[in-house]
Design a protein around this ligand. Structure first.
Ligand SMILES: [Zn+2]
Length: 282
């Protein structure tokens, strides 16, 4: 079973509303109800594109009434440390590396703003996907239930929270459950086309948070899930390096096979050629 959620990061009163309106219309055409990552008190100038929307909060409340999920995306979206947190995807964090009390205070301030605006948020979305054990302890203490992050193939319970995997930045169906992470402000013409083609073909595999929670029961983070998560993170690092290395890309192309067992064999046999210095292998 392959199921995909969609999350929109960096929702602020002064985001790029033209781009947002276009993607919202697309989601409505295909019946997609995404997760909206709202920054409670944005202080990150990089996210400021348009004039601040005056009816921002009523607008977000209307989206929630339409079935969209509202998540808390950090507090001010200002990176305070260069820590990469538990997932090690980015070397910048609003939370990871700070003492527990400081993290608790920030998350609480953000949550209080959202609560005053009528949102009873239970899902957390850390800026940069960076959080550490203290972040999770603070989230639990503040009554959060869900984290839209993790790199296993299925959601799992850990530290009293349900982690819903978020492994994709481009539309694709991965095994198990995945979340496509979209930054509205950065969407280009080709991104809309790619997303529309994907929705046209796979709208049936899209799922909203409430539907996902109703459909399945999820287990604790077992050793098997830990290893799967490590494997997925390693593959991601290899793919990121492949994108920069022509040699690695050639290896991946030359050893590709639609049959998984054959591909594994080809990749293993091709390894010496990949690892030996250029011209060293005969
Ligand atoms: Zn963000």
């Amino acid at each position: 079973m392959k199921r995909l959620l969609i999350r929109l990061d960096d929702i602020t009163p002064d985001m790029d509303w033209g781009k947002f309106a276009r993607i919202r219309a697309m989601f409505e055409r295909y019946g997609v109800r995404p997760i909206l990552g709202v920054v409670p008190d944005n202080r990150d100038k990089a996210l400021s594109v348009d004039r601040a929307k005056e009816d921002f909060w009523p607008y977000v409340r209307a989206l929630q009434a339409d079935g969209w999920t509202i998540a808390q995306h950090g507090y001010q979206h200002r990176y305070a440390t260069k820590r990469s947190g538990l997932l090690k995807l980015n070397k910048a964090s609003e939370f990871a590396g700070l003492p527990y009390e400081a993290q608790y205070e920030k998350i609480k301030k953000g949550r209080d703003i959202l609560q005053r605006q009528g949102f009873d948020v239970t899902m957390f979305m850390a800026p940069g996907h960076t959080y550490d054990r203290n972040t999770l302890k603070a989230l639990r203490g503040l009554g959060f239930l869900y984290v839209t992050d993790g790199y296993a193939d299925i959601p799992y319970y850990w530290k009293g929270l349900l982690f819903i995997p978020c492994r994709s930045a481009r539309p694709k169906l991965s095994s198990g459950v995945d979340t496509l992470c979209i930054h509205c402000n950065e969407l280009e013409e080709s991104d809309y086309r790619e997303l529309e083609d994907f929705l046209e073909a796979h709208a049936d595999s899209l799922i909203g948070l409430s539907e996902l929670l109703q459909q399945s029961w999820y287990a604790r983070r077992t050793l098997r899930l830990c290893l799967q998560e490590e494997k997925n993170l390693l593959l991601r690092r290899i793919r990121a390096r492949a994108a920069k290395s022509g040699r690695l890309q050639r290896y991946l192309q030359e050893t590709y096979d639609a049959d998984a067992a054959r591909k594994r064999r080809k990749r293993l046999l091709g390894l010496p050629k990949l690892l030996l210095p250029k011209g060293g292998g005969k």
